[in-house]
Design a protein around this ligand. Structure first.
Ligand code: ZN
Length: 192
């Protein structure tokens, strides 16, 4: 399994490549498809060779280019717990960015607790974990080998009393065996 960062200065976008499939985590800002295309070229794969796209949550830097990427032939997996987060992001984004609205009739709607089965089918061993706190719709991909793609979940040492939900999310990831976090902003770091 290869983990390749195809993001830019503003955000890390992680491409997970199994021996048969490619899964992209997060999209970058609206109108950023060219950046993704440029970074993908360095990997030897084209954007249209990404099989599936997921987003860690619906904030504009993470989910602002979903439809642009879908239009290249990439299938978008929308998790059940993220459905209600689309409209709030679009309300903040439309008119301010060159944003392509997300079509709702051609996504793969998936329950978080069916993720392991799906990932297995594309030769990725792991699961999607609901990790709310930064936002209600935040998810993390946790690989069985311990790497977790945590989106904007704050590093645990930055959390205070008030961040009860994010603490619980870390608790959950630790119980499931997280060893290394790959955040959307900043460098990967080990978990003790
Ligand atoms: Zn965010």
């Amino acid at each position: 399994m290869d983990i390749i960062n195809v993001g830019d200065k503003s955000i890390n976008l992680y491409l997970i490549a199994s021996n048969t499939h490619r899964l992209l985590i997060d999209t970058g800002f609206p109108n950023s498809l060219n950046n993704l295309g440029r970074e993908m070229r360095k990997t030897g794969f084209k954007v249209n060779e990404i099989d599936f796209l997921i987003v860690t949550h619906f904030h504009v830097d993470h989910a602002g280019a979903i439809q642009e990427i879908k239009n290249q032939g990439v299938k978008f997996i929308l998790f059940d717990i993220q459905q209600n987060a689309i409209k709030p992001m679009e309300d903040l984004t439309l008119g301010k960015w060159q944003y392509t609205p997300l079509r709702l009739d051609d996504n793969i709607l998936m329950k978080v607790n069916h993720s392991r089965e799906f990932l297995k089918s594309i030769n990725i061993n792991g699961e999607i974990v609901a990790t709310p706190g930064h936002s209600a719709d935040s998810i993390s991909l946790l690989l069985d080998s311990g790497e977790s793609f945590t989106g904007d979940l704050y590093a645990e040492y930055l959390l205070t009393e008030k961040d009860f939900e994010q603490k619980q999310s870390w608790q959950k990831l630790k119980q499931l065996g997280v060893k290394e976090a790959f955040p959307s902003h900043g460098q990967p770091y080990k978990i003790q």
